[in-house]
Structure formats: structure tokens, C-alpha cells
Design a protein around this ligand. Structure first.
Ligand code: FAD
Length: 467
């Protein structure tokens, strides 16, 4: 395999970072191992890349080799009688749900975009809007196989090679390369979900609604107007959603048809959505977003219930293709903090106030309810998360970075955690503080065992694990 054929510039999803690398696309386990052998000879580091949907430097390695896993994208078995699916790691969530949904199943955990690959989802151990109920994607993995940099091909289940099972899932691709993944799907009885939409007037109301609404629903998610201040700080809208039970949908065969799930490519059947981000751009500033958020909040004041397809509910962000381009040339940074339910309100009040004072409010805020899990590099807590999107410009880059580091301090003090698929500022020192020495030592020991020559390294790894 010729590693040096394609030297190219790669970016993160938010287009706020870029790094040059040799890009290769292995087709099987032998080629993955051959990449490691070549890397060792050439003295280069290797990073796997799925769909490149991480907001930060997780799938970048400046001057190294990036292994694009999307060449391995076959669903190798699907059993609609049990809901068990086995797929190569480059399969996207889009391909997965489109395979299982017409048979009355849905992936138990999905991200806010369907473009992610299974390998990327396991590495980050993604959570959905049902984290409080279904946990992370790793909790639904029955088995996976992976190639280690040593060339060993291993099989892991929650019982077999359990230490690697719980560390590779959440390990941000730093221990080995996922090849094949077997997942348990969730039975559904309709192509529709029932969504309760309700307004919340401030942060206290927002977090109470997430807490109280979760037990009676299968999914819960909040939109937070990050520009509102004073008594309205933290206002927004909650969508609390449940599956339809057997018999509630008079025509499930119809609603489960793929044609009734797909997101339309045109608005009103005419205007191509691919152009929408150009129209959003003028609003991606403090004044424009204040106007949009105020209008959205007023429109959300009516409490109501409606039915929505699974795809439309889960993948709202895919509704507007390339929406991230509306943030302009500097791109965006997503900052997501996970806080215990006892400290979330005061910590986020402090952070939102700081963002207002700095003139750098986030233009999008999304809240979720979470529960802890037992994966080694877990980001979850018994509490909530708030994901916030910041516009990056040449003028604000340094100031923004400083403010996000101040956010890190507030989160640490409040006993919170960070998510390695999102944040761009978290340092090795911060990582050591929130995981503690024992977890870091355990991870490093596994790293030595799986990757004795230290071949697997991403820019993220250097940032969060280099002493
Ligand atoms: C619009 C949007 C919405 C999102 N919503 C959510 C959400 O709701 N919940 C959530 O948890 N996350 C969410 N994310 C984050 C996203 O799910 C993660 O960043 C995920 O890891 C991206 O998958 P990917 O295939 O693009 O992986 P990449 O970004 O390409 O890579 C991510 C990590 O996985 C590793 N990796 C990739 N493939 C393999 C492999 N085969 N073997 C080993 N390691 C591998 C990479 O080295 C890297 O460390 C969202 C992202 C976007 C852009």
C-alpha cells in the first residue's frame, strides 16, 4: 500500500482547525496492519478517521497518516427477527437506520447527525437524546473486532477481553482500529414519535423540566437561548418525546417506509436546502442571533404535542446541509460540558454570564439529561449536558480560547466532565484532574499493551494525554 500518494489538508467538522496528513483508505484488516507497518518504518503517527464529524482535533494528526475508514462500509449481517446487526466500522448511522427501520427497528442510540460512522461513534461512545434511559452506544454493543497496531486482531465483548471492550469504546481511537461491530437494535411500532413541546422561562425551569420530564419519556432535549440574560437567562424550549406503543399508529407499515422518513432536499418542494446556509450567514452574529432566538422563543410559547418521523426528530441538524459553513471562514467551536444535577444551574449561570460579559455568547445551546456509564474514558454524569456553539474569527480566537479555558475551570470546580468529540481547549492537566490518576494510569497501561510503539496518536491525544 502506497502511503505517500495523497498528502492533503484535513479539517475538523467545525472548520476551525486544519492539519496536513497522508490520507489512506484501507479496505480490510491486512491493509490496516500494513498502514501500521509503513508508519513504523517511516516514523509517522497514525489516526483513524470516520466521517470527520468530530467538532475538534480527534480525527486529525498534523504530519501523520490519517486512515479513512469509510472504505469498509458493508453491513455483513442483519436479522430482523432478533434485531442484531453486524457491520464494518465505516458504515454510517444513515446506512444503519435505513437498513433496519423498514423492518420495525431503530438504532438504540444515535447522534444529532446521521453522517457519523460506527467506528467514530464507538470511539467517542456517543450519547443520544435518550442517554438518561438507554445509556451510550457502547451499552448496546454485543461484540466488536479490532486490529491493534501490533497486528493482532482481537474480539471483545462485555465478558471477553472486557478491559479492552470498556476502554476501546470511549478510547477515541487510541488503542486500536474497529473493524466489525455487532449491535442490538431497538424494536419500534411506528415510523413516528410523539413529541411534547413546552417553553421554559429560565435556567431553573429548564433543568427542572429536563429532570421531571425524563422519567415519562424516551427522549428529552432542550433548546437554550444563550443570548437571553437577566431573569430570562437559560430560557428555551423542551422536546420530550416517546415511542408510539403497538396499536397507537393505525398504519405503521406506511409510516415506517423510508420515503416517509427521508429529510426533503427542498423547502416547499422548490428551494434547494443546500443553499440555506448562505441565508443563515448574515444572522450568525450577536444581533442576528438575538433576533432569531427571540422570534424562536416567542414561537415556542405555545405548549403542544405533535408527531414527527424518527429521522426528523433525531437528525434535525442534517435538515440544513453544511449549516456549519454559515459560521464563516473561522468556523465554529462546540463546547459541551457535563455537570452533576446538583451543580449545573450555578455553573451554567456563571458561564453564560461570563460569555455575555465577554461579548462572546454561543449562538446555539442544546441541553440533555444524562446518566453515568462504566466505560473507561466516560464523559457522562448523573446530571445534564449543555452543548454550545461559538463562532470563531481571527479577531476573537485568542479571547474565545481564554474564555473556554475559564469555562473548564468552572466545570472542574462543579465536578463536571468534558467530551473528547467536542471540546477543543481541554488540556492534559484538566483531563488528569477530572479522570484522576488511577483512570489515566489504567488507560496508559492499556495503550502500552495495545500500541507498544506509540503509533496511534491524534492531535487530540497529544493535547489531552501528553504530560
Ligand atoms: C451535527 C453533529 C451532531 C452531533 N451530535 C452528537 C450527539 O448527539 N451525541 C454525541 O455523542 N455526539 C454527537 N456528535 C459528535 C459525533 O457523534 C462524534 O464526533 C463522532 O465520533 C463522529 O463520528 P465520525 O465517524 O465522524 O468520526 P471522526 O470524527 O472521523 O472520528 C472520531 C474519533 O473516532 C476515531 N475513529 C473513527 N473511526 C474509527 C475506527 N474505525 N476505529 C477506531 N477509531 C476510529 C477517530 O480516530 C477519532 O478519534 C455530533 C457531531 C455533529 C457534527
Amino acid at each position: 500500500m502506497d502511503i505517500t500518494k495523497n498528502f492533503t489538508q484535513l479539517e475538523n467538522f467545525g472548520h476551525s482547525l486544519s492539519a496536513p496528513a497522508y490520507l489512506v483508505r484501507p479496505a480490510n484488516s491486512e491493509e490496516i496492519y500494513s498502514v501500521f507497518q509503513n508508519a513504523k518504518k517511516m516514523g509517522l503517527k497514525v489516526t483513524a478517521r470516520g466521517a470527520g464529524r468530530s467538532y475538534n482535533d480527534a480525527a486529525l494528526i498534523g504530519g501523520g497518516i490519517v486512515m479513512d475508514m469509510r472504505g469498509m462500509n458493508a453491513i455483513t449481517s442483519w436479522d430482523p427477527s432478533t434485531g442484531l446487526v453486524t457491520a464494518q466500522s465505516g458504515v454510517t448511522l444513515e446506512k444503519l437506520w435505513q437498513t433496519v427501520e423498514p423492518d420495525g427497528w431503530w438504532p438504540p442510540v444515535v447522534s444529532g447527525t446521521m453522517k457519523t460512522t460506527l467506528g467514530g461513534c464507538l470511539s467517542a461512545n456517543i450519547h443520544g437524546k435518550n442517554n438518561f434511559k438507554m445509556g451510550t452506544i457502547g451499552e448496546h454493543v454485543v461484540e466488536f473486532t479490532a486490529v491493534l497496531p501490533t497486528g493482532a486482531e482481537i474480539t471483545c465483548t462485555p465478558k471477553k477481553n472486557a478491559d479492552l471492550f470498556y476502554a476501546m469504546i470511549s478510547g477515541m481511537g487510541m488503542l486500536g482500529i474497529f473493524v466489525s461491530i455487532t449491535l442490538q437494535m431497538k424494536r419500534i411500532y411506528s415510523g413516528l414519535l410523539s413529541v411534547d413541546a413546552l417553553p421554559v422561562q429560565n435556567l431553573h425551569g429548564h433543568l427542572s423540566a429536563l429532570l421531571d420530564g425524563a422519567p415519562d419519556h424516551d427522549y428529552i432535549v432542550g433548546w437554550l437561548d444563550c443570548l437571553a440574560g437577566g431573569k430570562s437567562l437559560g430560557r428555551g424550549q423542551i422536546h420530550a418525546t416517546r415511542y408510539l406503543h403497538e396499536g397507537e399508529d393505525p398504519n405503521p407499515q406506511e409510516t415506517m417506509k423510508l420515503s416517509n422518513q427521508s429529510l426533503p432536499s427542498r423547502i416547499f418542494g422548490v428551494f434547494p436546502k443546500s443553499l440555506l446556509h448562505y441565508f443563515m450567514s448574515p444572522f450568525i452574529n450577536n444581533f442576528g442571533t438575538w433576533g432569531v432566538n427571540t422570534a424562536k422563543y416567542i414561537a415556542s410559547l405555545r405548549k403542544h404535542t405533535f408527531r414527527q418521523s424518527h429521522a426528523a426528530f433525531h437528525f434535525l441538524l442534517d435538515y440544513i446541509p453544511d449549516w456549519e459553513l454559515s459560521y464563516g471562514r473561522g468556523g465554529l467551536i462546540e463546547y459541551q460540558s457535563f455537570l452533576p444535577k446538583e451543580t449545573a444551574e450555578s455553573a451554567w449561570t456563571e458561564m453564560l454570564k461570563l460569555s455575555h460579559k465577554s461579548g462572546l455568547p454561543p449562538y446555539l445551546g442544546v441541553t440533555k439529561r444524562h446518566r453515568p456509564d462504566k466505560f473507561l474514558l466516560t464523559h457522562a454524569v448523573d446530571g445534564f449536558s449543555l452543548a454550545t456553539d461559538f463562532k470563531v474569527t481571527n479577531n476573537n480566537r485568542v479571547k474565545l480560547s481564554r474564555m473556554l479555558q475559564d469555562f473548564d475551570k468552572i466545570v472542574l470546580q462543579a465536578g463536571g466532565r468534558f467530551y473528547f468529540a467536542k471540546n477543543s481547549e481541554t488540556t492534559a492537566e484538566t483531563t488528569a484532574s477530572f479522570y484522576g490518576a488511577e483512570t489515566i494510569a489504567k488507560f496508559k497501561k492499556l495503550k502500552k499493551r495495545c500500541d507498544p510503539n506509540g503509533l496511534l496518536e491524534s492531535d487530540l491525544y497529544k493535547r489531552i494525554f501528553t504530560d
